[in-house]
Design a protein around this ligand. Structure first.
Ligand SMILES: Cc1ncc(COP(=O)(O)O)c(C=O)c1O
Length: 365
């Protein structure tokens, strides 16, 4: 089976981790610090804070912003649930606007309608879904107009750029995930990036039990730290990121050409100014579930990101966050299918994937 995602790990990662194991210093140390510095430099932020996952990065960020009961955060319903759970975890509530049909990202027009009537909204939390940047120009304008923070969940978007600026620190702060399916990995891991030094200080304390030094707890906090093994891997993977993204983009170009001709399938749409890093190559397609079954039988792994909007999740409905329809999201959740695009694919596998999709629709016509 060709997996839908696979981390690319080589001898350099192995050596880097082995060095840490041999040193016996396994908790965050010099490598994590260096990884933070290098990552901040790449993103163009003054601060980067390494965490144990993208989820804990989001939670630490929401805490650092001081969000709480009575506050609301505008976000997308078409994302992984960690995005909005991090809002709920503070006592604040997520508010969902619908997405754009072609990019699957949050729709600025629908967002403005909500911002204009709800003054309890304190921030917009964007998600660059699949690695495709949101329309940052529109959201920068909205954040200024309505005086709310602009935040980025760039968990899927290492290496993505909007108007030639790396995503992640285009607003007040952002986060990344280094889960093994992402564009680069530390096993599990995450990063908060910001150029707001007061915010960074709070987050740094939060991920370390609120203690600037041992047993001196100045604020709320937990252990959300990255391991030194993660830092060592991250340093190596960060150097390889540009190459990884370039290969993903070459694979995407191949699929654009091969699949763009199939009338039952829509290949990804890239708006002007967006540099897509293709963490996922996601098609909108007719008879999606049958196609997925066919591909499985042909030995091609796929993913559905995501099979329902967050407002349709049972837990969110219980909380009263889902008593309305978001039609574009609901339709997308029935039609999207992510196919393998990772840098580990060879030509034969690329051909096999595109042939299997072509043959499914040919048989149907
Ligand atoms: C958009 C988004 N946000 C947050 C996360 C959470 O990251 P992690 O799995 O590292 O906790 C993910 C991971 O899948 C994600 O895709």
């Amino acid at each position: 089976m060709i997996p839908v995602a696979r981390p690319i790990l080589g001898i350099e990662e192995k050596n880097a981790v082995q060095e840490v194991l041999a040193s016996g210093m396994l908790a965050a140390g010099d490598r994590v610090k260096k990884f933070e510095e290098n990552f901040a430099g790449r993103i163009g932020a003054s601060e980067a804070i390494a965490t144990s996952s993208g989820t804990t990065a989001l939670q630490a960020l929401m805490f650092g912003l001081g969000l709480g009961p009575g506050d609301r955060v505008l976000t997308t319903p078409f994302t992984f649930i960690a995005t909005s759970n991090s809002i709920l975890n503070t006592g604040a509530r997520p508010v969902f606007a619908d997405i754009e049909p072609r990019t699957f990202n949050l729709d600025p027009e629908q967002s403005e309608e909500i911002l204009a009537r709800d003054s309890s909204i304190k921030a917009i939390l964007l998600v660059h879904l699949y690695g495709l940047p949101c329309n940052m120009a529109d959201f920068e304008y909205l954040a200024q107009k309505y005086e709310v923070d602009l935040l980025e969940d760039a968990a899927q978007a290492h290496g993505s750029r909007f108007a030639d600026r790396p995503v992640g620190a285009l607003g007040r702060a952002g986060i990344f995930s280094f889960y093994p399916t992402k564009n680069m990995t530390t096993g599990e891991g995450g990063m908060v990036v910001t150029s707001d030094e007061v915010l960074a200080k709070k987050i740094r304390l939060y991920i370390n039990h609120g203690a600037p030094e041992r047993y001196n707890h100045k604020q709320m906090g937990f252990n959300y730290r990255m391991t030194e093994m993660g830092g060592a891997m991250g340093l190596v993977q960060l150097e390889r990121l540009e190459k990884f993204v370039a290969i993903r983009r070459t694979h995407a170009e191949f699929f654009d050409q091969q699949l763009g001709m199939i009338p039952e399938v829509e290949t990804p749409y890239i708006p002007p100014q967006c540099y897509h890093s293709y963490n996922q190559y996601t098609l909108r397609c007719q008879r999606r579930d049958e196609l997925q079954k066919h591909l499985r039988e042909e030995g091609v792994g796929t993913g559905i990101h995501y099979p329902r909007g967050l407002h349709q999740q049972p837990y969110y409905q219980e909380l009263g966050l889902g008593d309305y329809s978001l039609l574009i999201t609901e339709q997308a959740s029935q039609e999207v299918l992510s196919i393998p695009v990772h840098p580990g694919l060879n030509n034969e596998e690329l051909q096999k994937i595109s042939r299997a999709i072509g043959s499914f629709y040919e048989a149907w016509r």
